[in-house]
Write a protein that binds this ligand. Sequence first.
Ligand SMILES: [Zn+2]
Length: 385
Amino acid sequence: MALSDSEILSRLVGFATTSTASNLPLVDFLADYLTAAGARVERQLSAGGDKANLIAWIGPPPDGSRAGLVLCGHTDVVAAPEEGWRHPPFALTEETDRYVGRGACDMKTFVALAVNLAAERARAKPLRAPLALVLTFDEEIGGLGAKWLVEHWPAARSLPARAIIGEPTSLVVARAHKGHLKMRITLHGRPAHSGYPHLGVNAIEPGATVVAALAKLRREFESERHPERDLFPEVPFVALNVATIAGGTAFNVIPDRCVIEVGLRPLPGTSAANLVERVRTTVQAAAAPLVADLEVVSNTPPLLLSEASALHHFLCQLVGQKNSAAVSFATDGGWFQKLGIECAIWGPGSIATAHRANEWIAKSELPTARGLLERAIDRFCGEEA
Ligand SMILES: [Zn+2]
């Protein structure tokens, strides 16, 4: 039976799909709903088998032309430990002008609209080109589901070459974001009783030198001029954050370990391998003669969509937008770009209400976003002649 957009949203918010929980109950619900409407549904299980990406196809099977459109959303949400929730976070609550609940904005409203529009097309209106829904797991902890999909997607089965990543942008079309490159540096010393320092090697002292060297590298990054800097007027450089430092166990023990975590936000077009090398060289020089291990924890790629692309052009025209825009958060789009998919970040809801107590979306945004999305589907998938 067909559900309204807000009914689907309500069901989706009811699944507490934080990173520590399985998303399979939500995936099963949507798979059943889409299958009943006539969509062809696939689940792509995670390595652990407790999560899945959901891919649903509507319209003709994909061919070599890569025509059509992908609508992409993530099924997971951040946890809701904040004080101040007016209602239970994992139940959608209707207030006068808004819906409140974890994921209402980021990004289960987009998912609900995409699912319902796809279901309607599957039921009633044949399409000229394929419409694919790609709903991912674990976006909030580094785009893990999108990465998994990109690394395991069979090369012969092309997805359409255009995608809307429906993250909350208040329906502003964003064509770029930075990546997020996370590294962990471990310095190894030798433990000893602090009364006998000659028997040990302190790992924290060179750790301090490493932190100072990283701060110098940060200032170097800040002075560099990137080709895409105009898209990021607030922070037009690769931001480097010394994020955590840990080491030592007690006053009377020479610490044998110091662990430093660093996050970098590369602009589109910046080589991650090159950045890792620069961090490695800096750290090794500062830590010598101690040896420092450097591990890349994760690398969410940046995103760039050409200003001249048909997708960017169409969406900007649709909402009456003149200028290029970028967002300050990474998305699954960085990964999907690696499959040769052009991605625009464009969805209902304001990022300012995401990841906070009483996350909400205006009721009026549902019909507005639905109408615009419908036109995007018509433009790229069209009705059968
Ligand atoms: Zn999101």
